[in-house]
Design a protein around this ligand. Structure first.
Ligand code: TNX
Length: 513
C-alpha cells in the first residue's frame, strides 16, 4: 500500500473510532466573548454536540455542581439529555471537567479550555475556575442555547484553546433594594446576569432612608414598619432571613459572594421611623418616600445605638458566608464630623467582633481604618488616598464611570445626572489602575458597578440601565482594561443573546447592533 492510501485509511479509521464526521471539519462562527480571555488560539473545525454527549467530571463533588449546571444549561435548548458522570479519565466525544492540583498559576478562578474536534476539556485549579470556564463554553455556543425547547441539530463549538485568569479578585455589581424593593426572583435574575459575565460579587444595599429590607429577628419593627414602603409610596417589601439565605445560596452556587450593606449613621430614616428610642429626642420620624439624601442620622451618643448595631451586625454576619459587611457611611451630612469618626471606629470594631471585615464608602477612610478594612471609592479621591495610606484596599466605583443609575445621554428617560451621563463607551474606556494619581493595581481589590434605584422600579428598567454597561465593567474587572473599538464589535453578538434571554437593553448608537 502506498503511503497516501495508508494515511487515508488511517484517517478513516480514526474518524470511525471518534466518529468525526465531515461536520466537525466545518468551522463555526466564533461568538464574541466578554470578558475577552487572556489567550485564545482558534483553529479550524468544530466539536459537534450530539444526542448522547455526556459531561464527565473528575472526583470532586463540588465540580459535580458545575457539571449539573452545564447540563441544565444545555438541556433546555436541545432535546438531548447531557448525562453527568464521574470519571478519572478524559473521554473522547464528550465534555470533561477536571481539577488539576498542578495548575496553581490559574488561581481561584482561572481555567484552561481545550476544544478539539474530538472533545472538550475544561481544567482549573479550583472549582470556581471550572464554573467561570463553563460561562466561556456558554458564550462560544450560539445565542439560541439560551432558548427553551429548541431542537438544535447543528450545535457546535469551535476548535479553540483558551487560557484565562482574572486580573482582579473583586468584580461586582450593586443593587439598591431599598429605594425600590426587588423580590427574590428579581435578585436571582440579576445574579444570572452577573454569572454570564463572570462577576463574583453582588453588593446588596439593604437599608436606606426609604426602606429596611432584611428581617432582623431582635428588632422586628425594622421590616414590619421600616420595610413597608419605598420611593413613590409603593408597598415596599423585605426579605425574611429564610429568603435571604435562598439568595445567598443561589449566588454561592454560582461562585458569587453577597456583600450585605446596612448604611449608617446616615441613610437611616427607615430604622429611625421604626424605633423611636433610636432617635436622640426619642421621637420617631415619618417614613420617607422621596429621594433626598443626607438628612438622617443614628444618635451617635446613645449606647442603645451600639446595642442595636451589634444585634443587626450579628444577625447579618450569621447570614453571610463571605468575609465582608458593608456599613455604608456615605453622605452622613446630619452627623457632626467628630461624631462620625468616633462612630465609624466603633462600628468597625463591632463588625470585626463578629468575624467580618468592614467595607465602607469612601468617607469612612477618614476614620482609623485597619489595613483589613476596605474603602469603596465613589466620589472623593482624597479619601481614597487616606485609605491606602492606612493599608486598606480600594473597590473602584467612581460615580462618573460606573454608576449604572446615571442616564446614558440626555434622552434617557430613567436615571439621574448628578455625575454626568454614562454612555457605553464612557463607562468602558478607563483603567481602574490608572484612574488616579497615587493608586495602582496593588491598592485595588477590584471594581464594582452600582445600580441605585431612585428611578428604577422594575426588572425591565433594571435591565435597560444595566445592559449594555455591566458587561463592560465585568471585562474591566477581568482584564484590567480594554480597547473600546474591539469591545464595541463584540457587543452586537451579545445583543442577540440578550434578545433571546428576553433582556430589555439600551441600543446605544455607539454600537452597530
Ligand atoms: C449617591 S453613592 C449615593 C446614593 C444615591 C446615589 C445616586 C453613594 C455612596 N451615595 O445614596 O442613591 O448617589 O446616584
Amino acid at each position: 500500500m502506498n503511503t497516501s492510501i495508508k494515511s487515508a485509511l488511517c484517517v478513516l479509521a480514526i474518524c470511525l473510532l471518534f466518529s468525526c464526521t465531515d461536520e466537525s471539519k466545518k468551522n463555526v462562527a466564533l461568538q464574541p466573548l466578554i470578558p475577552q480571555p487572556d489567550n485564545v488560539t482558534l483553529d479550524s473545525g468544530s466539536f459537534i454536540l450530539k444526542s448522547g454527549s455526556k459531561i464527565y467530571f473528575d472526583g470532586n463533588q463540588e465540580i459535580k455542581g458545575s457539571a449539573d449546571y452545564l447540563s441544565n444549561l444545555l438541556n433546555p435548548a436541545t432535546d438531548f439529555d447531557f448525562e453527568v458522570i464521574q470519571s478519572g479519565s478524559i473521554k473522547n466525544k464528550h465534555f470533561n471537567l477536571r481539577l488539576s492540583p498542578d495548575k496553581s498559576d490559574l488561581g481561584d478562578e482561572g481555567y484552561e479550555l481545550e476544544i478539539t474536534r474530538k472533545r472538550v476539556v475544561l481544567t482549573a485549579y479550583r472549582s470556581a475556575g471550572i464554573f467561570r470556564g463553563i460561562q466561556t463554553i456558554r458564550q462560544l455556543l450560539p445565542p439560541s442555547i439560551e432558548q427553551q425547547g429548541q431542537y438544535n441539530e447543528g450545535l457546535a463549538l469551535p476548535v479553540i484553546a483558551i487560557q484565562d485568569t482574572p486580573k482582579y479578585s473583586y468584580r461586582g455589581a450593586m443593587l439598591d433594594v431599598s429605594r425600590h424593593f426587588f423580590d427574590v426572583d428579581e435578585v436571582k435574575r440579576y445574579i444570572d446576569f452577573l454569572t454570564l459575565y463572570k462577576m463574583n460579587r453582588l453588593h446588596l444595599h439593604l437599608a436606606d432612608d426609604q426602606g429596611w429590607r432584611i428581617e432582623i429577628k431582635s428588632w422586628p419593627n425594622l421590616t414590619a414598619h421600616g420595610g413597608s414602603t419605598e420611593v413613590g409610596g409603593g408597598t415596599g417589601g423585605f426579605y425574611t432571613q429564610e429568603q435571604y439565605k435562598e439568595i445567598v445560596q443561589y449566588a454561592s452556587d454560582r461562585y458569587i459572594t453577597i456583600i450585605p450593606e446596612i448604611d449608617m449613621p446616615g441613610h437611616t430614616n427607615a430604622a429611625l421611623a421604626s424605633y423611636p428610642e433610636l432617635n436622640c429626642d426619642g421621637k420617631a420620624p415619618e417614613l420617607y418616600t422621596g429621594t433626598r439624601v443626607g438628612f438622617s442620622s443614628l444618635c451617635v451618643d446613645k449606647e442603645l445605638t451600639y446595642e442595636f448595631i451589634d444585634d443587626v451586625i450579628r444577625e447579618v454576619a450569621a447570614l453571610t458566608p463571605g468575609p465582608y459587611i458593608h456599613i455604608g457611611g456615605d453622605e452622613s451630612h446630619a452627623t457632626e464630623k467628630a461624631d462620625y469618626l468616633k462612630f465609624v471606629n466603633r462600628v468597625q470594631g463591632i463588625v470585626r467582633s463578629h468575624g467580618k471585615e468592614m467595607i465602607g464608602w469612601d468617607e469612612t477612610a477618614q476614620a482609623n481604618l485597619t489595613s483589613t478594612s476596605v474603602t469603596q471609592l465613589w466620589a472623593n479621591k482624597e479619601f481614597a488616598l487616606q485609605a491606602i495610606s492606612k493599608g486598606a484596599k480600594l473597590i473602584m466605583s467612581p460615580a462618573s464611570r460606573t454608576y449604572m443609575d446615571l442616564k446614558y445621554d440626555s434622552t434617557t428617560v430613567l436615571g439621574l445626572t448628578w455625575a454626568g451621563y454614562i454612555e457605553v463607551d464612557h463607562g468602558y474606556s478607563w483603567d481602574p489602575a490608572q484612574y488616579m494619581e497615587g493608586v495602582n493595581e496593588d491598592n485595588i481589590l477590584g471594581i464594582e458597578a452600582p445600580l441605585w434605584s431612585e428611578t428604577v422600579t422594575n426588572m425591565d428598567e433594571i435591565e435597560y440601565m444595566v445592559f449594555p454597561r455591566m458587561p463592560g465593567y465585568a471585562e474591566l474587572g477581568w482584564s484590567g482594561s480594554g480597547e473600546w473599538e474591539a469591545y464595541r464589535k463584540r457587543l452586537p453578538g451579545h445583543g442577540v443573546r440578550w434578545e433571546v434571554m428576553d433582556i430589555d437593553f439600551y441600543r446605544s448608537p455607539k454600537v452597530d447592533w
